[in-house]
Design a protein around this ligand. Structure first.
Ligand SMILES: C[S@@+](CC[C@H](N)C(=O)[O-])C[C@H]1O[C@@H](n2cnc3c(N)ncnc32)[C@H](O)[C@@H]1O
Length: 223
């Protein structure tokens, strides 16, 4: 199987991306557990993909929700979302401090270096705002999990993933002026049992119980 660069991979995945996976379901669950208030907040979703999480931000009362993604084919699937832009996480087309909540969910593993993205996430964040990052968990990569998907024709592909451990995230964020306030792991467990059941992989589920698949970190701007 060839390993695809993000722009190429997500262009292929875009038509079927709305189907949730075990990883995306865990991402949603750990972000919910961090319980960041969204009411009346300006939310920026960096690497928003098809913008499905922006819908939940608007439903939670965000006063404004902007999605930015590198892959135009992903944005093209974001039907009904008014505020979207195609851009790179490392060069965000937004004003300094313009957002109260900055999300970057399941994106940074696609970047070889973290610091340029963290600099931009920090720059976009208001002085009393927060930055919420999730990533494919380093423990999952170490256990042999890969970021794979099937295209519309059913062919399996692997996406390029760079493993960044918690310390790498923490220090890149600190150099950008962000301090880590909370961290949470999304682990194989009841929340995602159905994904294994539907794939006929309950044996693997039992073996992997407790394995973290998603790393979530909540940062705030340093004073
Ligand atoms: C796993 S998807 C996550 C999408 C969305 N955050 C979600 O949770 O549904 C990763 C997304 O990151 C985007 N991406 C990858 N590299 C990027 C970059 N350098 N700048 C902006 N977006 C990027 C991809 O196009 C893709 O839509």
């Amino acid at each position: 199987m060839t390993v695809l660069a993000p722009a190429q991979g997500y262009a292929l995945w875009a038509p079927t991306y709305s189907v949730e996976t075990a990883v995306s379901a865990l991402d949603a669950s750990v972000v919910a557990s961090l319980d960041v208030p969204l009411r009346d907040k300006r939310v920026l979703d960096v690497g928003c993909g098809i913008a499905r999480r922006l819908v939940s931000a608007r439903e939670a009362g965000a006063s404004m929700a902007l999605g930015i993604d590198l892959t135009p084919a992903m944005l093209a699937q974001a039907r009904g979302e008014p505020l979207l832009a195609a851009a790179d996480a490392r060069a965000l087309p937004v004003a300094d401090g313009a957002f109260d909540v900055v999300w970057c969910r399941l994106v940074l593993g696609h970047l070889p270096a973290l610091e340029p993205a963290y600099r931009e996430l920090a720059r976009a964040c208001a002085p009393d705002g927060v930055v919420l990052v999730t990533d494919f968990h380093p423990a999952a990569a170490a256990a042999g999990h890969r970021r794979t998907f099937r295209d519309e024709g059913g062919e399996l592909h692997e996406l390029e993933n760079h493993v960044h451990d918690v310390d790498a995230h923490r220090s890149a964020a600190a150099r950008a002026g962000l301090s880590l306030h909370e961290r949470c792991d999304g682990e194989v467990g009841e929340t995602i049992r159905d994904f294994y059941a539907r794939a006929g992989k309950l044996d693997a589920y039992e073996q992997q119980l407790g394995l973290p698949l998603v790393l979530a970190m909540l940062f705030a701007r340093e004073e």
